[in-house]
Design a binder for this molecule. Structure first.
Ligand code: NAP
Ligand code: F7E
Length: 354
């Protein structure tokens, strides 16, 4: 952003405020914004152990600058959220914070739902009270559709949430639209389908598979036990999807956007492709156990990103095959390091080695 004043030009660094900065998308989005010259401020939660592993490289790269700032907060602490918005005065707010594991949301429903409902509302209110021109991005999810049929889903498709996670996200999605319409605010929802990376949490199915392939290849794991192998998802690369988040806030008007690849694969397909990277046959290693199934499964999610392609000019750059390869190659390196430590008896396996 530049402002011309007399014969001088003053450069003003755009300020972004990111909740959920310690998560997978938090890393990729912060990296993108920092490279674009933004000043990025994010919230981290106090925990008894360090929880900044994913963003440690950014903390290190930007330690001698004022460009990357972290603050203790929690979306459920509305007073701290409000104070931070007042202090930072961001131009753009990206609300990525959530308890994002669908299966866990059945076990911790109150926390999961409250973060997305009360938490998102507090943030929106703080933004509205400071300056209704601030641009606000809400991390909406394809889980809101519920995956009832097998047709491809777009911005006009029906939402039939099937989990506490999805119900909470649907509230956040609606309240974002309501603030946009009621207060003329620039509030947009990105309805993102599953997106993965080497930084994906290890209990999500793609990373669980790539982690296991690395360990099985290095002979420190024997089998991989999953749940529903027939579930179908539209999987993209997180690095491509955070670009869409940024583009959504640069568009000339606020709106709702489906971000997806338009291609669907089953859990079985993902496992087959991942084992293929190391020339192994997935059927020799993968088991299925009901303990990993959900009380209410979302069977099939396929997105139709036509609107984002036409109007935002966004498109995914990474193919399914390249995504799987990227994740497996990264986890082969981690498994190699684990093997050295195991051989030296410096660690014990904490993973399921059944
Ligand atoms: P993630 O890796 O699980 O990261 C979630 C982030 O939210 C973490 O930084 C976490 O902090 C933080 N958080 C959780 N509860 C919080 C609370 N009460 N207050 C403040 N921060 C809190 O998720 P992700 O994959 O990066 O996804 C980013 C967002 O997009 C999430 O809202 C997710 O629901 C949504 N989404 C993700 C996908 C996907 O496929 N990845 C698809 C659609 C939508 P800790 O590190 O301290 O736990
Ligand atoms: O499950 C099946 C499981 O946990 C994918 C989140 O980022 O994307 C993510 O939610 C599918 C499901 O992701 C295992 O039943 C089989 O059908 O990797 P997942 P998710 O539930 O799709 C959406 C868009 C979000 O918004 C969420 O935040 O795989 N599955 N076996 C398994 N899933 C897991 N986790 N573990 C298994 O062993």
């Amino acid at each position: 952003m530049t402002i011309a004043k007399n014969k001088y030009t003053i450069f003003i660094m755009k300020r972004a405020f990111v909740t959920g900065i310690t998560g997978q998308d938090g890393f990729y989005l912060s990296k993108l914004l920092l490279e674009k010259g933004y000043e990025v401020s994010g919230t981290i939660r106090r925990s008894s152990t360090f929880n900044t592993t994913r963003i440690d490289s950014l903390i290190s790269d930007y330690k001698n600058t004022e460009q990357f700032k972290l603050y203790y907060s929690d979306l459920l602490d509305s007073s701290s959220i409000n104070s931070l918005i007042q202090k930072i005065k961001p131009h753009e707010v990206y609300n990525l914070a959530a308890q994002s594991h669908v299966a866990v949301s059945f076990k911790n429903p109150h926390f999961s739902v409250l973060t997305s409902t009360s938490g998102s509302l507090s943030l929106l209110d703080a933004v509205k009270n400071l300056d209704s021109n601030i641009k606000y991005y809400q991390a909406s999810s394809s889980e809101m559709f519920g995956g009832v049929g097998s047709e491809s889903l777009n911005e006009t498709s029906l939402f039939i949430p099937k989990s506490p996670y999805a119900a909470g996200k649907l509230f956040a999605h609606n309240i974002t639209r309501i603030y946009r319409e009621s207060y003329d605010m620039f509030c947009s929802n990105g309805i993102l389908f599953n997106h993965e990376s080497p930084l994906r949490g290890e209990t999500f199915v793609t990373r669980k598979i790539s982690r296991a392939v690395g360990r099985i290849y290095h002979k420190i794991q024997n089998k991989l036990t999953l749940g529903n192998l027939d579930a179908v998802r539209d999987w993209g690369f997180a690095g491509d999807y955070v670009n869409a988040m940024w583009m959504i806030l640069q568009h000339d008007k606020p709106d709702d956007w489906v971000i997806a690849t338009g291609e669907a694969y089953s859990v079985k397909d993902f496992a087959r492709e991942a084992f293929k990277v190391v020339d192994l046959d997935w059927e020799d290693y993968v088991l299925s156990d009901k303990k990993y199934e959900r009380p209410n499964e979302v069977h099939h999610l396929l997105g139709d990103p036509t609107k984002a392609k036409n109007e935002l000019k966004w498109k995914p750059e990474t193919s399914f095959k390249d995504l799987v390869k990227m994740m497996v190659e990264s986890d082969l390196l981690l498994a190699e390091q684990e093997k050295v430590l195991l051989d030296k008896k410096l660690i014990k396996p904490t993973w399921d080695n059944s």
